[in-house]
Design a binder for this molecule. Structure first.
Ligand code: ATP
Ligand code: MG
Length: 321
C-alpha cells in the first residue's frame, strides 16, 4: 500500500481514538464527520435536541487543532454578525474592519435554521468561495475554512428551512439519532461522575491529530485510493437517476456527483481499503444525495421518505461488477 494512503489511515485512526474520548458510540456519525473534514467539505448535522451535535463539533475542532468559532443562529441575527462590519474609528478618522466569526478555520453554525434566509445566505458565499464581501471589499478566508451546521429536524415553529441552494453546498447531511441502549447506559454512568463528556473535552485530554487544521499532507492519501471508471460511471448514473425518478420533483445537481465521488473514496479509506467498491458508493448515497432531493408533494403527503426513495434508486441502477 502506498505510503500516503497509510499515513492517511493512521491519522484517521488516531482521530477516531481522540473523538471517542468524548463522544460515546455514534460511529457512523463520526466517520461521516471525518469524511467531510478530510475532503475539505462542509457538513450539515441534523438531530433532535440533546443527541450531542454541539459536543461533536466542538470535539472535532479540538482534534483538528485549528482555530474555531461558533455562531448561534437566532431570528434576529444579521448578515454582518456573520461576516463582520466596518466601524468608523473616530481617533484614526478611518473605517476599520471588525472581522466576524467566519474568519476562522472551523466554524460551527449552531441551529442554522433559526435565522432567516438573508442571514443564512451570508454563509453561502463564504462556504462556496472561501471569501466574503463586506461593503464592496472582498476578503479571503482561511483555505481550510469548513462549516459544520447543526439543525433540529422537528422544530418547525419559528424556524426557517434552509433554501435548496444553501443545502446543496453541504457535502453531506449527517443524521444523528439517540445513542444505542448500551451507549446510553455508559453515558448515564458518566453523567453522575466527575468525568462528564464536557469535562473531558475541556480538560485538554483530547489531542490534535494534525497541526493547525492543516490536512493538505494527509489529503494526498485520498488521491492514492483507486476509483475505477466503472465506479465513476455508477456514481454518475445514480445521480442522474435522482432527476428522473417518479417521486422526485428536484433531483441532485452536479455538486451531488462531486460529493458522492469524494465521499465514497474517503469512506473506502476509513474502512482501510485502497480502492472504492460499489458498497462504499451505496453507503454514501443517502448522506450525499438525500438532502439535495425534493419529493413531489403527493408522495410526501403519502409519507414516502427520502431514505426510501434513495433505497429504490440503488435497486434501480445496475451495480458494476
Ligand atoms: N453520544 C454521546 N456521547 C457523549 N455525550 C453525549 C452523547 N450524547 C449526548 N451526550 C450528552 O448530551 C448533552 C447534550 O449534548 P449537546 O448539547 O451537544 O446536544 P445538541 O444535540 O447540540 O442539542 P441541541 O439540539 O439542544 O442543541 C451533552 O452534555 C453530552 O454530555
Ligand atoms: Mg446544540
Amino acid at each position: 500500500m502506498n505510503a500516503d494512503v497509510e499515513g492517511l489511515r493512521d491519522v484517521l485512526d488516531h482521530a477516531r481514538t481522540e473523538i471517542s474520548k468524548v463522544i460515546i458510540g455514534q460511529d457512523d456519525v463520526i466517520n461521516a464527520s471525518l469524511i467531510a473534514i478530510f475532503t475539505g467539505q462542509h457538513a450539515l448535522v441534523e438531530g433532535v435536541p440533546g443527541v450531542g451535535k454541539t459536543l461533536l463539533v466542538r470535539t472535532l475542532a479540538k482534534v483538528l487543532g485549528c482555530d474555531f468559532s461558533r455562531i448561534q443562529f437566532t431570528p434576529d441575527l444579521m448578515p454582518a454578525d456573520i461576516t463582520g462590519t466596518n466601524i468608523f474609528d473616530l481617533q484614526q478618522n478611518t473605517f476599520t474592519l471588525v472581522k466576524g466569526p467566519v474568519f476562522t478555520s472551523f466554524l460551527l453554525g449552531d441551529e442554522i435554521n433559526r435565522a432567516p434566509a438573508k442571514t443564512q445566505s451570508a454563509l453561502l458565499q463564504a462556504m462556496q468561495e472561501r471569501r466574503v464581501t463586506i461593503d464592496t471589499k472582498t476578503h479571503e478566508l482561511s483555505p481550510n475554512f469548513t462549516v459544520f451546521a447543526t439543525q433540529n429536524p422537528i422544530e418547525y415553529e419559528g424556524t426557517y428551512p434552509l433554501p435548496e441552494a444553501q443545502k446543496d453546498r453541504f457535502m453531506l447531511k449527517i443524521s444523528m439519532s439517540a445513542p444505542s441502549e448500551s451507549d446510553e447506559l455508559r453515558l448515564a454512568g458518566l453523567l453522575l461522575g466527575e468525568e462528564t463528556p464536557e469535562r473531558v473535552l475541556d480538560s485538554g485530554t483530547v489531542q490534535p491529530v494534525v497541526s493547525d487544521g492543516d490536512l493538505s499532507g494527509v489529503r494526498k492519501g485520498l488521491q492514492g485510493i483507486a476509483l475505477r471508471e466503472e465506479i465513476t460511471a455508477y456514481i454518475v448514473a445514480l445521480v442522474r437517476k435522482t432527476r428522473v425518478h417518479d417521486s422526485v420533483l428536484v433531483g441532485a445537481g452536479p455538486r451531488g456527483t462531486q460529493a458522492l465521488l469524494l465521499a465514497s473514496r474517503a469512506y473506502a479509506a476509513i474502512n482501510g481499503q485502497d480502492y472504492v467498491t460499489p458498497d462504499d458508493v451505496k453507503a454514501m448515497a443517502l448522506p450525499t444525495l438525500g438532502h439535495r432531493m425534493v419529493l413531489r408533494p403527493e408522495y410526501e403527503i403519502e409519507g414516502v421518505t427520502i431514505a426510501e426513495v434513495v433505497e429504490r434508486l440503488l435497486q434501480d441502477v445496475a451495480v458494476p461488477r
